[in-house]
Write a protein that binds this ligand. Structure first.
Ligand code: NAP
Length: 254
C-alpha cells in the first residue's frame, strides 16, 4: 500500500513513538488523524506539521468505547474515509505481582487498579480501535486496509510487568487471529515489538535500571523512534505481510 493513499489514525500521537509515526506519515503524503488524551500535545503537533501535509487531531482515550467510535467517525468525515490504524497509545504501571520486604517482612501486591488500568489502555484500547476501524472498512467496503499495533519486547514476560506483558502479548495474539478474520475483507494486520526506545515513557524507569537494561542489549544502546518507524512503514507498505510481529529490539532477550 502506498503511504500517500493512507487515511490513517495514529493513537498516542502526542508523544514519543506515536509523534514520530504521525510526523513521518504526514511527510510521506498520508492523511493523518493524530489522536491522544493530551490536547496540548496534539495542538503543538498540528502547528508543527500542518504546513507539511494533511493532519487533523482528535482527543480520545482509547479505552473509552464512545470516544473511539467518535474518533473513527470524525476521521471518516475529515478525510472521506479510513483505511489505516496505528494502535500506538500505551502506558505502564510497573510493580512486582507479589514481593516481600527484606526489612519489614511485609508482603506487597500489584494493585488490581494498576493491573486493570494497563489492560484497559494497552489491550482493550487496541481491541476497540481495531474493531471500530475494521467495522468502518467492512461497512463501507473500503479495501485495502491495514491495522498495525505496537507491542513490546516485554511481551515475552518482563520482571515487574505482569500487566504490561500480558497486554503486549495479548495484542500480538489478536494481530494473528485478526489476520485470519479480516483478510477476506482486504484488511491486513501487523504488530511491531520495540525494545527499550528513547521516548518519555522511559522517564518512569530509574536510571540505574535503565543502564542495566542497556548493558544487556546486544547492540548496547536504546532504540530510536525512527528505527521503530522503519518497521511500521514496512508493514504499512508490504502487501504480502499480515498477522505477524516484527521485533525491533537491538537483539535483547528478556
Ligand atoms: P509515550 O511517550 O508515553 O507516549 C504515549 C502517548 O499515549 C502519550 O502522549 C500519552 O499521553 C498517550 N496516552 C496515554 N494513555 C492514553 C489513552 N488512554 N488514550 C490515548 N492516548 C493515551 O510512550 P512511547 O514510548 O512513545 O510508547 C508508545 C507505544 O510504544 C506504547 O504502546 C508503548 O507501550 C510502546 N513501547 C514503547 C517502548 C519504549 O521503550 N519507548 C518499548 C516498547 C513498546 P500522556 O503522556 O498524557 O499520558
Amino acid at each position: 500500500m502506498n503511504l500517500n493513499d493512507l487515511k490513517i489514525i495514529v493513537t498516542g500521537a502526542g508523544s514519543g513513538l506515536g509523534r514520530c509515526f504521525a510526523e513521518n506519515l504526514v511527510k510521506a503524503g498520508a492523511s493523518v488523524m493524530a489522536s491522544d488524551v493530551n490536547k496540548e500535545a496534539l495542538d503543538a503537533l498540528k502547528t508543527e506539521l500542518g504546513e507539511h501535509g494533511k493532519i487533523e487531531t482528535f482527543v480520545a482515550d482509547v479505552s473509552n468505547e464512545a470516544q473511539v467510535i467518535d474518533m473513527v467517525k470524525a476521521t471518516a468525515e475529515a478525510f472521506g474515509g479510513v483505511n489505516g490504524l496505528v494502535n500506538n497509545a500505551g502506558i505502564t504501571r510497573d510493580g512486582l505481582m507479589v514481593s516481600k520486604s527484606k526489612s519489614t517482612g511485609e508482603v506487597r501486591k500489584m494493585s488490581l487498579e494498576n493491573w486493570q488500568k494497563v489492560i484497559d489502555v494497552d489491550l482493550t484500547g487496541v481491541f476497540l480501535c481495531a474493531r471500530e476501524v475494521a467495522a468502518y472498512m467492512i461497512e463501507n467496503d473500503v479495501k485495502p486496509g491495514v491495522i498495525v499495533s505496537i507491542s513490546s519486547v516485554s511481551r515475552h514476560g518482563n520482571f515487574g510487568q505482569s500487566n504490561y506483558s500480558a497486554a503486549k502479548a495479548g495484542l500480538v495474539a489478536d494481530t494473528a487471529l485478526w489476520s485470519k478474520e479480516l483478510s477476506r475483507y482486504g484488511i491486513r494486520t501487523g504488530a511491531v515489538a520495540p525494545g527499550f526506545s528513547r521516548t518519555p515513557i522511559l522517564e518512569a524507569m530509574p536510571e540505574k535500571v535503565l543502564d542495566k537494561v542497556v548493558s544487556q542489549v546486544p547492540l548496547r544502546r536504546l532504540g530510536e523512534p525512527t528505527e521503530i518507524w522503519q518497521a511500521v512503514k514496512f508493514i504499512l507498505e508490504c502487501d504480502y505481510f499480515t498477522g505477524r510481529c516484527v521485533d525491533v529490539d537491538g537483539g535483547l532477550t528478556l
